[in-house]
Design a protein. Structure first.
Length: 524
């Protein structure tokens, strides 16, 4: 039974879902990093919110960890490269708090437009400064979205309901999607020049860090109001204060800061500035939603192999997983076979799916091939870190799909390129059982299981008898025997499954037989 640790406070329905799905769960919150290091080795999954920091140091002790699930969108508290290198899937729940965060951004826009916090403080202080708080209408104003993904598109929908004009800067926004969500796609300079309100809805990356820099803030329309409910670090906070002090920026509302918790900031007390303590996802509905979603996603992964909303792994739904599993098993064996049989540096791995295989999600198949291939060189490799390791080693990965059927209803070909040329192995499925059907251009059918002996020899009478005698004298029992050849009296290939791993002594005996060109031991 898989075991999961919930290390941050979470709605109790998360633990309930884990248990209903057959996953053992412990709810232990508030642990220090050292305390977490001491226990994390006993868990297959770690469910977190924002408090737990999943660092490289923590991951070093996570000897059994397979998945980290973040109940929420941001994963700044997870070292994703370290998790990927460790072979740990990192998931988030990008949709559970989308509406909540979007509504908070709209609420802050209203607060800025009518100076609500300061008007509230003034009124409760016994003042009646009706003429002091002259606001602006949002109707007919231009809202500039920086980021038009899931949350940004919800903000756009709500803003259009307020009769605002919505423009958006997002390099990934297609013209078709812009029409669908009712926004005008513009470049960043245009947005800065035209927007009366700017809201940010983008992750913090090297490309988005300080996207509202001092230079860009200076390009904004005078009197602009800015809202950030996304991530601290998207705005240069010192430049924002300068813009507020000068009056160029009419108002700013931040729910997120570079340093959190934001116990102090030069922005605090600045006229026109509103702040909230990272409340974007803080509604009852959102917290329930993300807790349920992270538990369902992690349980799907641990119990059925489903991968949803993973940040370092191709998605694979729980419905897809049963159909893909036999292909992934075959892919891993074919990758392992070509890896064991190939000498020299590999510069390219090609994965060609044909027939029924071409209709499936290719990414999990590719990851399985790479895992099998690289495991012959590195022990600590799986489907999560295999693509990363391949990239780091400069291996080009190609995916080729042919929907038409050939000689087989479904086919998977794995080819590797070295300085000596390209070599390939080909397999198919019979039911859910994978089977080799071609090896380096030679037709040979074999089940890939257990220890195997691979022999290339000159096709000549008497060879099989001599090989059988040699194996018998060495006390080796043959399980299955598979033979293929290019042409009569040409080169032949033998694949024999045997009961024990191939020893150095056995290889020496086989290589000494007349006509043997190559002999190797394989393991599956």
């Amino acid at each position: 039974m898989p075991k999961v640790l919930i290390s941050d406070k979470m709605d109790p329905r998360a633990a309930q879902i884990f248990r209903e799905r057959g996953v053992e769960v412990d709810e232990i919150t508030g642990k220090t990093p050292d305390e977490l290091k001491a226990v994390i080795g006993g868990y297959d999954g770690l469910a977190i919110r924002s408090s737990t920091k999943v660092t490289a140091a923590i991951l070093e002790h996570a000897t059994n960890l397979k998945v980290v699930g973040r109940a929420g969108i941001g994963v700044d508290n997870v070292d994703i490269p370290a998790a990927s290198a460790k072979g740990v899937v990192v998931m988030n729940t990008p949709f559970g708090n989308s509406i909540t965060t979007a509504e908070h951004a709209i609420a802050l826009m209203f607060a800025l437009a009518r100076d609500l916090p300061e008007a509230d403080r003034s009124t409760q202080a016994g003042k009646w400064e009706k003429n002091r708080f002259m606001g602006v209408e949002m109707t007919a104003k231009t809202l500039g979205l920086i980021g038009a993904g899931n949350i940004g598109s919800i903000v756009a929908d709500r803003a259009r309901g307020l009769k605002m004009k919505v423009i958006a800067y997002d390099p990934f926004l297609t013209p078709e999607r812009a029409i669908e969500i009712g926004v005008e796609k513009v470049d960043l300079d245009t947005l800065l020049a035209r927007a009366d309100f700017i809201t940010l809805h983008t992750p913090l990356t090297d490309q988005t860090r300080n996207i509202l820099s001092a230079e860009n803030l200076a390009r904004t329309k005078k009197g602009v109001r800015i809202v950030n409910c996304a991530r601290g670090g998207l705005i240069d906070e010192a430049a924002l204060k300068a813009g507020l002090d000068s009056g160029h920026i009419a108002g700013a509302a931040l729910d997120v800061f570079v340093e959190e918790p934001a116990k102090q900031s030069p922005l605090f007390g600045t006229p026109g500035f509103i702040s909230t303590p990272h409340l974007g996802a803080s509604t009852t509905e959102a917290q329930v939603n993300v807790a349920i979603q992270v538990a369902e996603q992690m349980a799907d992964f641990l119990m059925a192999g489903g991968i949803t909303n993973a940040l370092n792994m191709p998605s694979l739904s729980a419905e897809e997983a049963p159909k893909l599993k036999p292909y992934m098993a075959l892919a891993e064996k074919l990758g392992g076979m070509v890896g064991q049989l190939t000498t020299g540096a590999v510069t390219r791995v090609s994965i060609h799916t044909e027939g029924a295989a071409a209709e499936l999600n290719p990414k999990p198949i590719t990851s399985a091939v790479l895992a099998g291939f690289l495991r012959t060189q590195t022990a600590t490799v799986n489907m999560v870190n295999a693509p990363l390791l391949a990239r780091d080693r400069g291996i080009e990965v190609r995916e080729i799909r042919t929907e038409r059927e050939g000689d087989y209803h479904t086919l998977l070909r794995v080819a590797v390129k070295t300085a000596d040329g390209e070599r390939s192995v080909v397999g198919t499925l019979f039911g859910d059982a994978g089977r080799l059907v071609e090896l380096f251009g030679i037709k040979v059918e074999a089940d890939l299981a257990g220890p195997m002996l691979y022999v290339v020899n000159e096709d000549a009478p008497g060879f099989i008898g001599r090989l059988g005698t040699a194996l018998g004298e060495a006390g080796v029992n043959i399980g299955t025997f598979h033979l293929g050849r290019r042409q009569a009296a040409g080169e032949a290939v033998l694949l024999l499954s045997i009961d024990e791993p191939v020893t150095t002594e056995l290889l020496a005996t086989v290589k000494a037989l007349p006509g043997v060109k190559t002999a190797m031991g394989l393991s599956f």
